[in-house]
Write a protein that binds this ligand. Structure first.
Ligand code: X8Z
Ligand code: ZN
Length: 613
């Protein structure tokens, strides 16, 4: 798990008096107060930040260990231990945020201000200042995580399936009814989450309000070095840039699915049934490539098959991804990474299988936790996770306050940026394929990539559109599920394949909702990774078309990437962005340039088709 921050539970005695003095208003009181406790200064800020940092480090390690053990070994006891650690760090985080706010009107240096702001923003799920409520919130968080991690479905035929099993079927089956059973089956895990989620939202809102935010969504939106409202507009602007390409892809895919399943099952003027897109959440569609593959443009290889043909096991897949990073000049992963990571699903216990990357000590104890399946899709996820780990190691010499990505999209974008370099040229270089398909196959390559990346973008946006509205009260518990599907239809043009039960809670069947992980980061990452890829390709001296560029072995590209990574969050993200891309603003230009040939092709194919949803 990417820990946004390490919170601690220290109540600094110096702070108690400083905090009190800042709230007085009358001149007389201020004078009296001054004699008792002088007004805060930049020096006080230093003392506060130094003392707090020590505590952050200590509690960070304690909290991460408890969380690691819980998600690797889900039991009632580990849940209680993890909830206790979480409560402790959340309470500390709230106290630190409150204390940091007392310096709001104090003249401090830019670095001090940034550190203070990071304390005000460090919590994702802030608790109210009441120990019964913070205990309740921590318990709910552990319970929700455990419910997702333990989730299974027993089929009509009596077979109990894990999410991993069902994910494989969603990816490979083309049987409408079997897919529907998997889709509905997985969603049986979430109705019982709903009351917990309702309460978590109430408590999280109360916590955010206690810290001066309108609601929890406003707090999440305030973490981007710009006013919260501007951030929401920024997402809309970026989506507006990508939407025409998404619409073209959607139109083509729907018509091909109509060919496969029949237009009675896939009506051509309606959203696409959500279970037919090769993925449990219809969030990326790469697994249905073969159903929509352009004629005569197939690249002629399948990474899943090539991995099997070359005897790649889970470890070899991770080693392969590591080699990409070392080829750029990054140091190899430490021995402890190999000893302590979880790579395969244990048979004998419940674990949280959703892939994550961890940094336990903010030094070298980096790990991943994944139930790796031997597929091309998972090979990408491994690159994604290692991107987190290499980022964590690059910024480890920053002060604790800045041991984070420039914004949370950056953290999600780095490994994906590297995976964009897993091109045919690269696969040949590492011996996974024998021949590089010629340029007549480019549309096939681009189609596969668009199914993975462009299809994802509206999903990446809608998850938090939903949560922001939940937190603001615009969506109420009675409407949770209907509103979820309204947004799914509006942004993605996908629909629930069957009427949903009144008690359904489909958002809960997506890891990040019970996990309390904000989702806009993945939307951002899908824009940023193309801009990073483009910049790194230029630096590496690439002359191939951008979708064939691989920065493998380019020490120059590695150096430029590292320059951005090692900044951590010490500067506003716009500065870090500029270091690599030359721009302080995100734009979808690089995405659109990358897919330009495909978009021309799609428009031609869609001529005369009924598009839109
Ligand atoms: O959750 C993840 C990563 C861990 S940060 C595996 N991703 C999102 C998801 O699976 O929904 C990566 C892409 C989007
Ligand atoms: Zn990630």
């Amino acid at each position: 798990m990417i820990r946004l921050f390490k919170q601690t539970s220290v109540a600094l005695c110096v702070l108690a008096s400083l905090t009190a003095c800042n709230n007085e208003s009358t001149t007389q009181t201020q004078q009296v107060q001054k004699q008792v406790a002088p007004a805060l200064t930049a020096k006080d800020a230093d003392a506060f930040l130094i003392a707090t940092e020590k505590e952050l480090i200590a509690l960070g390690i304690e909290g991460s260990r408890a969380e690691w053990i819980y998600s690797n070994f889900i039991t009632d006891d580990t849940a209680a231990l993890s909830a206790a650690a979480n409560q402790k760090s959340t309470e500390a985080g709230v106290r630190f945020a409150m204390s940091a706010a007392t310096f709001d009107d104090v003249e401090v240096t830019a670095t001090q201000r940034r550190k203070l702001n990071s304390l005000k923003q460090s919590l994702v799920m802030p608790a109210p200042q009441n120990s019964a409520k913070s205990a309740e919130l921590a318990k709910i968080g552990s319970e929700l995580g455990g419910m997702y991690g333990k989730g299974t479905y027993t089929t009509k035929a009596g077979k109990t399936l894990s999410l991993g099993d069902m994910t494989s079927t969603m990816a490979t089956s083309r049987d409408y009814d079997e897919l529907l059973e998997m889709w509905q089956g997985w969603r049986t895990i979430s109705p019982e989450m709903k009351p917990l989620f309702v309460r978590q939202s109430e408590l999280g809102n109360e916590g955010a309000q206690g810290l001066g935010y309108k609601d929890l969504g406003a707090m999440w939106r305030s973490n981007y070095d710009m006013p919260a409202d501007d951030f929401a507009k920024e997402l809309d602007r970026l989506w507006g840039q990508v939407k025409p390409l998404y619409d073209d892809l959607h139109c083509y895919v729907r018509s091909e699915l109509g060919e496969t399943y029949g237009v009675d099952k896939v009506p051509q003027d309606q959203p696409i049934p959500a279970h037919l897109l090769g993925n449990m959440w219809a969030q990326s569609w790469g697994n249905i490539y073969e159903l929509v593959a352009p004629e005569n443009a197939d690249p002629g290889y399948d990474v899943t098959e090539q991995l099997a043909a070359n005897n790649y096991d889970e470890i070899k897949m991770v080693k392969g991804a590591e080699t990409f990073f070392t080829s750029l000049g990054f140091d190899a992963l430490p021995e402890t990474f190999w000893e302590r990571s979880l790579f395969t699903k244990p048979e004998d216990r419940d674990v949280v299988c959703h892939a994550s990357a961890w940094d336990l000590d903010a030094k070298d104890d980096i790990r991943i936790k994944m139930c790796i399946q031997k597929t091309g899709e998972e090979f990408n996820v491994i690159h994604h996770e290692l991107g987190h780990n290499f980022y964590q190691r690059a910024y480890k010499n920053q002060p604790t306050y800045f041991q984070n990505s420039a914004n949370d999209g950056f953290h999600e974008a780095i490994g994906d940026t590297i995976a964009l370099s897993v091109t045919p040229k690269y696969l040949k270089e590492i011996g996974l394929i024998d021949t590089i398909p010629d340029e007549s196959k480019d549309i096939g390559l681009l189609m596969k990539m668009a199914l993975e990346k462009i299809a994802f973008i509206p999903f990446g946006l809608m998850v938090d559109q939903w949560r922001w509205k939940v937190y603001s009260g615009e969506i109420t518990p009675e409407n949770y599920n209907t509103a979820w599907w309204e947004l799914r239809e509006k942004y993605q043009g996908v629909a629930a394949p069957v009427d949903r039960d009144a008690n359904a809670f489909d958002p809960g069947a997506k890891y990040h909702v019970p996990g309390g992980v904000p989702y806009s980061r993945y939307f951002l990452a899908h824009i940023q990774q193309f801009e990073f890829h483009k910049a790194l390709c230029e630096i590496s001296g690439n002359t191939d078309p951008i979708h064939r560029c691989s920065i493998y072995n380019s020490k120059e590209a590695g150096k430029a990437l590292n320059t951005m990574l090692e900044m951590g969050s010490s500067q506003p993200w716009q500065k870090a962005y500029k270091v690599l891309t030359g721009s302080e603003q995100m734009n979808a230009t690089a995405v659109l340039d990358y897919f330009a040939p495909l978009q021309v092709w799609l428009k031609e194919k869609n001529k005369g088709k009924q598009c839109g949803f």
